[in-house]
Write a protein that binds this ligand. Structure first.
Ligand code: AMP
Ligand code: TRP
Length: 339
């Protein structure tokens, strides 16, 4: 069976190592495997659910697209586009919103994190963020969605909404999308606090490695990364209560492809003073070509715009029509069991 892969990232700030290891790296392997049909989106409508830099949004959208391409997304094989260029996402979102339960949305951990204490002031856009994400996926009837672990709950909602829709309208229209949470780096943690997720929106830049960081910056951030006084772990048991040590070794493993046992034998018992330069070398050799390519692509923003526009046209041609077909209106408002 041909897998239809869909995923996306928000054009907010610079992409960081967690985005690469948790998502992007896997997108590239899925694109290059079998005859998968891949669609990768820059989710700009999601990015405006919080305060954003208006001038920066277009540029950030291009940068994320450039990062996709620099990491290995081949626009001859995969479709790459910006969410706002395909109205079908917002249209389908409304239909799904009529079925999404407030209770479930209130339990979304990402909403709770982003809304903070004052949920009264949180916008409806932020609240309904996972419904738009479900629309992104279901519009293409994606079978697999490669994401980091933090998106699992959102994926469950998308599966739920697909089932609710099919039941309500007594039609097998939506496929239940499978989350694809793969590899060692599904949850990369902050360099300064191993209990917090590495995030592009964290205040301190020292908590993360950005895909745009140069070799010196990467080495400096790794050198300053928090560790403890114990030597490098030699077995899984040594990870207990040592989230920072575990995180650094996990990053090494995810970047180099070596499994953890190989790392235990190579570095176990050594000092972090010895491990960190090795980690910096692995990170730089892996990320430097991506950064260089990204910078080259960003020198020609019109070329990136062309790619995004072409991708958007392709998606519009195949998808928006589904929503405007008379037939669709009949299913939704006419044939439904409970309208
Ligand atoms: P976002 O930056 O929230 O748009 O995330 C884009 C993709 O990167 C999603 O699939 C996330 O699950 C993934 N991601 C973001 N941060 C991390 C992290 N620290 N570790 C692993 N995956 C991540
Ligand atoms: N919510 C995802 C995030 O914060 C981004 C996203 C939006 C997404 N729509 C999507 C991911 C559809 C996968 C599929 O990371």
């Amino acid at each position: 069976m041909t897998k239809r892969i869909f995923s996306g990232m928000q054009p907010t700030n610079q992409l960081q190592l967690g985005n690469y290891l948790g998502a992007l790296k896997n997108w590239v392997s899925l694109q290059n495997e079998g005859d998968n049909e891949c669609i990768f989106c820059v989710v700009d409508l999601h990015a405006i659910t919080k305060t954003y830099d208006k001038e920066g949004l277009t540029q950030a959208t291009r940068e994320v697209a450039a990062a996709y391409i620099a990491a290995g997304i081949d626009t001859d094989k995969s479709t790459l586009f910006a969410q706002s260029s395909v109205p079908g996402h917002s249209q389908l979102m409304w239909l799904l919103a009529t079925m999404a339960q407030m209770g479930k949305l209130s339990r979304m951990t990402q909403f709770k994190d982003k809304a903070g204490k004052n949920t009264e002031k949180a916008g409806l856009g932020l609240y309904s963020y996972p419904v738009l994400m479900a629309a992104d996926i279901l519009l293409y009837n994606a079978t697999h969605v490669p994401v980091g672990e933090d998106q699992k709950q959102h994926l469950e909602l998308a599966r739920d909404l697909a089932a609710t829709f099919n039941t309500r309208y007594d039609i097998e229209h939506f496929i239940q999308p499978e989350p694809y949470i793969m590899g060692a780096g599904t949850r990369v943690m902050s360099l300064r606090d191993g209990t917090q997720k590495m995030s592009k929106s964290a205040e301190s830049d020292m908590t993360r490695i950005n895909l745009t960081d140069d070799a010196d910056t990467i080495a400096k951030k790794i050198k300053k990364a928090k560790t403890d006084a114990e030597p490098v772990p030699s077995s899984e048991g040594d990870f207990e209560n040592r989230p920072e040590a575990k995180n650094l070794m996990t990053i090494y493993s995810a970047l180099s492809g070596e499994d953890m046992n190989a790392l235990f034998s190579q570095f176990g018992g050594k000092t972090f003073g010895e491990f960190k330069p090795a980690l910096a070398d692995v990170a730089v050799s892996h990320l430097e070509p991506i950064t260089t390519r990204m910078n080259q692509l960003m020198e020609d923003p019109q070329e990136i715009d062309k790619i995004l526009i072409k991708g958007g046209e392709k998606c519009n041609a195949t998808r928006t029509t589904i929503l405007t077909k008379k037939q669709w209106i009949l299913w939704v408002f006419g044939k439904g069991k409970t309208c």
